[in-house]
Design a protein around this ligand. Structure first.
Ligand SMILES: [Zn+2]
Length: 441
């Protein structure tokens, strides 16, 4: 375990002595209009530079996206190709919680190696990471596991107990809006007291509200208003600690969102066609093909990847579904074809949903269902190149130019750019340093 109460280190060559990277899960490019009206976001925009669109990764899910943002490479290199490792089941299974599953160094690894201090709140796939002040997202997925024991084992126990004593009253398990309030207050506390060189903060209420109520819902707007206040707490903490002028603040989203009104159950179609068997509860007994749904796309795994006959049969079945025009399949990719989209894995196919559709792994529902009003309304996981589906990024503060505006960047550009700000040496990135946003260029 790394030393507790690690203090910041200042090295010559740093364009920013502190970098605060804040992700707002599910932030869309069009949110910029509202953000310009909100106090702290507009302060950042006024003092800094904006990438009006940020293109994410495939699948555009929270975990692969956050890992690409912090490593600078696509999922085919970092290995987090979904929120969860593959499991042919409809039950809740563990997500990619653990940093050890990331195949390349993350920005915090490089920072720690150079002696810098690091902190993180709920940044995906950081359980067990060497981060000095680490509050990782991890939760029980089987009976008998304790939330407290999991968090302490995989985060920074001394620091977590300190937070627990001070701010536990703000939390209500994993419920919103309390969780993001706890995150904001805790991150502000850390920044003021220990001033880490690199601080990662992930807010996720907006994503939750968009899933529940729709992309352009009032609830999503209210959440963005609350998130402005939360970011404000962190900015004010930097001012209180007198490090505001030495700090670069970066706000990023991770993926866009699209509303849908139909849901396709590919595993139900596999069941009806004899490629899968299930028990009365809809739990998989055996399968030749299984679709792990990722909202706007799905990865299809074969029991035996080398079985050419099944590959051919499933290929024909998918094509006939697509041609029927009723299944919501917009595109079918083989594993080889997804490589050019930065995605690889043990799956044999990836299917992309048409706009208005999403995929579910469920076996119990009919092949295609119309979504009832009052149930879930919007999702992500689609091809990040889909129209009106990008996120955005705002840079401001130390080392950042004022007034630069880029029409479009890639989420893998964030890590190499932050590496440059902290004078680190994050190598072999797929993304590039956004020199247009940095001073001295
Ligand atoms: Zn997300």
């Amino acid at each position: 375990m790394v030393l507790f109460r690690k203090m910041p280190v200042y090295l010559p060559g740093m364009k920013a002595k502190h970098v605060v990277l804040i992700s707002i899960d599910g932030l869309n490019a069009k949110d910029l209009y509202l953000m310009k009206e909100l106090s702290y976001f507009s302060e950042m925009i006024r003092r800094g530079s904006v990438a009006r669109e940020m293109v994410g990764v495939y699948p555009s899910l929270t975990y692969p996206s956050h890992v690409s943002i912090i490593t600078g490479v696509y999922p085919n290199k970092h290995g987090i190709t979904d929120n969860k490792p593959f499991a042919a089941t409809c039950q809740e299974t563990p997500w990619f919680f653990y940093a050890k599953d990331i195949a390349v160094p993350a920005l915090y690894d490089v920072a720690i190696k150079k002696g810098l201090s690091t902190g993180s709140f709920f940044w995906p796939v950081t359980a067990g990471a060497n981060i000095h002040y680490n509050c990782p997202p991890i939760w029980p997925t089987s009976q008998g596991e304790s939330q407290i024991a999991l968090s302490l084992r995989n985060g920074s126990p001394g620091f977590l107990l300190e937070l627990e004593r001070r701010f536990n009253w703000l939390r209500h398990g994993r419920q919103y809006p309390q969780l993001d309030n706890f995150t904001a207050v805790s991150a502000a506390y850390l920044l003021k007291k220990y001033q880490p060189n690199l601080l990662l903060v992930a807010f996720s209420e907006l994503d939750h509200e968009r899933h529940e109520y729709g992309r352009n819902s009032k609830q999503a707007e209210y959440s963005l208003v609350r998130t402005n206040e939360r970011v404000g707490l962190i900015i004010e903490a930097a001012k209180d600690a007198e490090i505001y002028n030495d700090t670069a603040f970066v706000i990023v989203g991770d993926h866009g969102f699209l509303d849908y009104n139909k849901c396709t159950a590919l595993n139900r179609i596999f069941l009806d066609n004899g490629y899968l068997t299930a028990d009365d509860q809809g739990e998989v007994l055996d399968y030749l093909a299984f679709a792990q749904a990722a909202g706007g796309s799905a990865q299809i795994y074969l029991q035996n990847k080398t079985d050419q006959k099944i590959f051919h049969d499933i290929s024909l079945l998918l094509k006939s579904l697509k041609d029927s025009g009723e299944s919501g399949i917009a595109e079918i990719y083989t594993a080889q074809q997804t490589m050019s989209k930065g995605l690889s894995g043990d799956f044999s196919f990836v299917v992309e949903a048409e706009q208005g559709y999403c995929f579910t792994s469920s076996i119990n529902s009919p092949p295609v269902t119309a979504v009832q009003r009052g149930s879930k309304a919007a999702t992500h996981g689609y091809d990040p190149e889909k129209s009106d589906y990008q996120s955005l990024a705002i840079f401001s503060g130390s080392g950042i130019k004022m007034g630069a505006e880029l029409p479009s960047i890639n989420c893998v550009d964030i890590a190499p750019t932050l590496s440059q700000l902290l004078d680190l040496n994050l190598q072999n990135c797929d993304g590039k340093i956004l020199t247009q946003m940095l001073t001295g260029n």
